[in-house]
Design a protein. Structure first.
Length: 76
């Protein structure tokens, strides 16, 4: 199963790349096909998405907190 192991590594790389920039058609297809037949990568992909969403939510929260704290909490 060398091929499959290699693929998993490639797929994981694609998954993290996808968070920074949209993948090309070929990479997207490869990713979807692999996730369709590989349970480990499917789980991995879900984790990536959760992390990504959590990261965005965290940024939103931080920004919102800064905005509400800003006027009320003058530095001096
Ligand atoms: Zn895989």
């Amino acid at each position: 199963m060398m091929f499959r192991l290699m693929m998993c590594r490639e797929i994981t790389k694609l998954m993290s790349q996808r968070l920074d920039a949209p993948l090309g058609t070929k990479d997207r297809l490869l990713l979807r096909m692999h996730i369709g037949m590989c349970g480990a990568c499917r789980e991995c992909s879900e984790q990536f998405e959760l992390l990504h969403i959590a990261g965005e939510k965290y940024q939103e929260l931080t920004l919102a907190t800064d905005e509400t704290n800003g006027p009320n909490r003058a530095p001096e």
